[in-house]
Design a protein around this ligand. Structure first.
Ligand SMILES: Nc1c(NC[C@H](O)[C@H](O)[C@H](O)CO)[nH]c(=O)[nH]c1=O
Ligand SMILES: CC(=O)[C@@H](O)COP(=O)(O)O
Length: 164
């Protein structure tokens, strides 16, 4: 796969044990399994803990993160960071652009406006083959990448002394 590397220097880990929420869209079920395997393996390896919530499609992911943030404000579980997992594969209509663009736009808005650590592991591909090459833990491992990105953002938040 073009451009694949371990990106080793890009990743840092939080000092404290982090607790994350993985929000996974299962619109493409088998691909979701592969992304989740990558993400949970990366978090396990880093000694982080996590909960997993499943939603039907990638468009639902940002709202669930908002629900979790609201819940934490009301005394619910606090999450140090979030991992978004999903796959959007181009079909015949404009729907692809809506799901691909709007899910990422909402994640970006949340991360910047709410100052939260999010790893975006929503694949947007032309076909199944591209998706598998990126989802498989033994190849692109984009689930693992998103989890490591979330951990890095938690660590950077710590570094700047922001409230988690
Ligand atoms: N086509 C894909 C979707 N579409 C579903 C939407 O995400 C959403 O669940 C629906 O519009 C109901 O609100 N989702 C994906 O994750 N991947 C796709 O390829
Ligand atoms: C996200 C998509 O584009 C896809 O699942 C929907 O397919 P279509 O555009 O053919 O309805």
């Amino acid at each position: 796969m073009a451009g694949t590397s371990q990106h080793g220097k890009a990743f840092i880990r939080p000092k404290a044990k982090a607790h994350l929420l993985i929000v996974e869209a299962r619109f493409h079920d088998d691909l979701a399994d592969a992304l989740l395997e990558g993400a949970t393996s990366a978090l396990d390896e880093a000694g982080a803990t996590y909960d997993v919530v499943t939603v039907p499609g990638s468009l639902e992911i940002p709202a669930v993160i908002t629900f979790a943030l609201d819940g934490a404000g009301e005394g619910g579980v606090h999450y140090d960071g979030f991992v978004a997992l999903g796959t959007v594969i181009r079909g015949d209509t404009y729907h692809f652009d809506i799901v691909a663009n709007e899910s990422s736009r909402a994640l970006m808005d949340l991360s910047v406006q709410e100052a939260i650590a999010i790893g975006n592991g929503i694949l947007t591909t032309e076909n199944d083959e591209q998706a598998w090459t990126r989802a498989r833990r033994t190849e692109g491992d984009k689930g693992g990448f998103a989890a490591r990105a979330a951990l890095s953002m938690i660590a950077l938040k710590e570094k700047f002394g922001a409230q988690s």
